[in-house]
Design a protein around this ligand. Structure first.
Ligand code: NIG
Ligand code: FE
Length: 402
């Protein structure tokens, strides 16, 4: 395979594993060979193909470590209801919310869902996301959960973006189990998890641990059962209330605890002690019209590692742009810009256990790279709704050119 040299890079921003911090280099070059980064430096030797970056900014591709993309239609009606004064929690309690997307997914064919998910992945890639975690969770029975995971697998096979699948049968209680929560948990443990493991697509197992959804005991049971089958735990924790979910994430050594808008001090301490990554999703807070952003400063001060992701889904956050998530993190959580880039690349890759391969521009890693149309990293969150991306390289190949 031929080599490519990216030359005339104005500013190169990346996490550096040796220095253990984010670094910024001026006037550098990158040589890509065999899909991977061969060298980074100045005055590097010739390559088969030369790409002039025109003094622009270069960063790693974004890693979006929390999305729910396997649904059919949007839920604009609920968006309208929220504008009229209903809360996300009210709508869900009245039988809307996640359950609203379940009928559609159950009735859709694999092919229909593949088309929807493929379109969504095209857009993610254009926005600079090169690796994405994708959850099932709008099927809520064995057949439709397996179908959703299969959809992720099929799109992944033919798409430049890399998709990593998470089983989320514990996203909500389906209508037929509204009065029989424990019976549904039994189905997840005895029927779904073995079937998901046998199918071999999902890497992670996620549970929505929240008042009105899965309680602590049910969450523990589902995540421990998954572990027996090799599914790695992740959790939706303390999104609206923290009744011990972050502490449980610590106990179970969940790789990540996500949302954390309502996390308690005890929860923060448990995350730190057990090295659980806190994945913050400011897009959800924003989209739901709330002001209770996750306590970034407290988490950082406690020494918790922080990732940022979109939480893209039809109900609580219909946002695909990681650049916009960075703007929200900087504006509303006072996250500094270099840490926001680290959180949306390197730490997000760690939360998917992929930091050896992606998440930074370093020798030996896949060349997942964004060449921007701007020349300073500060301009990413500053541009807010613009998408100043010139080109996205995925595994050393141009996957999107503006
Ligand atoms: O992360 N909290 C649970 N799941 C999603 C919402 C999904 C939906 O409303 O469809 C979330 O916010
Ligand atoms: Fe979510």
């Amino acid at each position: 395979m031929s080599s490519i040299k990216l030359s005339n890079i104005g500013q190169l921003i990346t996490y550096d594993s040796e220095a253990k911090r984010m670094i910024s280099k001026d006037n550098s070059e990158i040589v890509i060979h065999n899909r991977k980064i061969l060298e980074i430096g100045n005055n590097l030797g010739d390559a088969d193909q030369l790409i002039d970056c025109n003094g622009m900014l270069v960063t790693p591709g974004f890693v979006d470590s929390h999305t729910h993309p396997v649904f059919l239609n949007g839920r604009e009606d609920e968006f309208k209801m929220r504008i009229e004064g209903k809360s996300y929690e009210d709508i869900a309690a009245a039988g809307g919310g996640i359950i609203n997307s379940v009928n559609d997914v159950r009735e859709s064919s694999e092919e229909e869902l593949i088309l929807r998910v493929k379109d969504r992945m095209d857009r993610f890639l254009k926005l600079g996301t090169t690796t994405i975690e994708c959850k099932s969770g709008y099927g809520l029975n064995t057949e439709s959960e397996l179908k959703s995971l299969k959809v992720i697998h099929e799109v992944n096979k033919s798409h430049d973006i890399d998709m990593v699948a998470t089983f989320m049968g514990a996203h909500a209680f389906p209508k037929e189990f509204v009065q029989k929560h424990d019976a549904y948990v039994d189905i997840i443990c005895k029927e779904m998890i073995p079937a998901v493991a046998k199918q071999g697509i999902a890497k992670f197992n996620d549970v929505f641990c929240e008042d009105g959804y899965f309680n602590l005991e049910q969450t523990r049971k589902i995540l421990l059962e998954g572990k027996k089958y090799g599914l790695i735990p992740r959790m939706h924790a303390a999104e609206f209330t923290d009744s011990g979910s972050a502490v449980l994430a610590g106990d179970l050594k969940s790789i990540s605890a996500d949302h954390l808008m309502a996390v308690s001090d005890e929860g923060i301490e448990a995350l730190k002690r057990n090295e659980v990554i806190a994945t913050l999703l400011p897009g959800t807070t924003f989209f739901l019209g709330k002001t209770s952003y996750a306590p970034y400063k407290k988490l950082k001060h406690a020494g918790v590692d922080i990732a940022l992701a979109t939480d893209y889904n039809p109900g609580s956050c219909h946002i695909q742009s990681m650049s916009f998530i960075l703007s929200l993190a900087c504006i509303y959580m006072n996250m500094d810009i270099m840490n926001a880039i680290k959180a949306s690349t390197f730490t997000a890759a760690r939360s998917m256990m992929l930091e050896g391969e992606i998440g930074s521009i370093e020798k030996g890693k896949y060349a997942d790279i964004i060449i921007w149309n701007i020349n300073r990293v500060e301009q990413i969150p500053y541009m807010v709704t613009d998408q100043p991306i010139q080109c996205v390289y995925k595994k050393g190949m141009p996957a999107f050119i503006a």
